[in-house]
Design a protein around this ligand. Structure first.
Ligand code: UFG
Length: 330
């Protein structure tokens, strides 16, 4: 099966591409390389540089490569940026997504796995969060993903599209060859490891007055390889699960201070830190119920202990302290 992976040069998209190839799928890797890295795209994938904002470029990819299914990772994903620049999020995550859906319909491609987020829930009133929890996103990022979930449901009703939505909690960790490297890094675990390596002077902890046991935010960290596995399971059962949303998390939250402690143990280094004010748009606690993903798709996290997550990220970071080489081209 030929799977079109959008955002295939990004962190999660590149590792899911690697996982798909290891399972015998062919991968058409689409990315505009605005945030992604050409060197992250697995060499066995067919790379297409294209932008979901430009319909003619998407059309060309579909006409030439004739995908059978799509995994849609491309989009804007930083909560804090979404608070500053909402229009960028609505353009990329909604308008770009609609352009993709229209190409799928024109080419009769009926299978889609969509990357959504825990940010669609907002501040939870029940933890662990089940999929039918109310959706009140507190930042434009979460709102853009929620709107696109609603749009998908319309396309399903009117065009017969089969789709599944996967709402990731905090993706983290690395495979042997690929890891997390953003041009401007904002995510906790890579920044903690940058501080361990002395690449930044200290880790800033955003907020010490949250209603959590130690006052810092609690997140559910999920290994990117377990996320990749959830995608393949959803694709393989797409007709059975069409229209469903699944959380992808580990049902276990860790505070920022707990992550720092674990990272100090794994790296054997002291990690300098300082407390700073809260970051706008951050909920206090996000922890998934993973029950539905397990019950319906038989998924179990295989790599998502905090130790394995940080160890894999640390191994990758030590080999690639400055991320991917930008010299690589395809
Ligand atoms: N944090 C710090 N210091 C840093 C970086 C992060 O204290 O230098 C804190 C954040 O304030 C937050 C926690 O660490 O409380 C995790 O922050 P990340 O930036 O790593 O991740 P987010 O929780 O903001 O967001 C991530 C993804 C989103 C996704 C969300 C779901 O970026 O796409 O997880 O939980 F929606």
């Amino acid at each position: 099966m030929n799977v079109l992976v959008t955002g295939a040069a990004g962190y999660i998209g590149s590792i899911c591409s690697e996982f798909l190839l290891s399972r015998g799928y062919q991968v058409i890797a689409l990315d505009n390389l605005q945030e992604g890295h050409a060197a992250a795209v697995p060499p066995a994938a067919t790379f297409c540089r294209a932008d979901l904002g430009i319909r003619s470029q998407i059309e060309e990819v579909f006409s030439h490569h004739k995908p059978d299914a799509v995994m849609h990772f491309a989009g804007e994903a930083l909560v804090a940026k979404s608070v500053r620049e909402p229009s960028t999020f609505y353009a990329a995550n909604i308008a770009g997504g609609v352009n993709l859906l229209d190409a799928m319909i024109r080419h009769n491609v009926k299978k889609l796995i969509f990357s959504s987020t825990a940010a669609t829930y907002g501040e939870p009133h029940t933890v662990p969060i089940p999929e039918d929890h109310s959706k009140s996103p507190i930042n434009p990022y979460g709102k853009s993903k929620l709107r696109f979930e609603e749009i998908l449901s319309d396309y399903r009703a009117y065009t017969g599209l089969h789709y599944a939505t996967l709402r990731y909690f905090n993706a983290a960790g690395a495979s042997a060859e690929r890891g997390e490297a953003h041009r401007v890094e904002t995510h906790l675990i890579p920044k903690v490891l940058d501080a361990a390596l002395g690449l930044i002077p200290q880790l800033e902890i955003f907020g010490s007055d949250y209603p959590t046991p130690d006052g810092t935010c609690v997140r559910d960290y999920i290994h990117v390889l377990d996320i990749a596995d959830s995608h393949v399971r959803a694709l393989e059962s797409i007709e059975k699960v069409s229209g469903e949303a699944f959380n992808v998390g580990n049902s276990r939250g860790f505070s920022i201070l707990e992550v720092l402690d674990a990272a100090e143990g794994i790296t054997g280094r002291k990690i300098p830190r300082k407390f700073s004010p809260r970051r706008p748009g951050d909920p206090a606690v996000l922890v998934a119920s993973k029950e539905k993903l397990h019950r319906i798709l038989g998924w179990q996290a295989q790599h998502s202990s905090l130790d394995e997550i940080i160890t894999s990220a640390w191994t990758w970071k030590q080999k690639h302290p400055h991320g991917y080489s930008e010299a690589a081209s395809r």
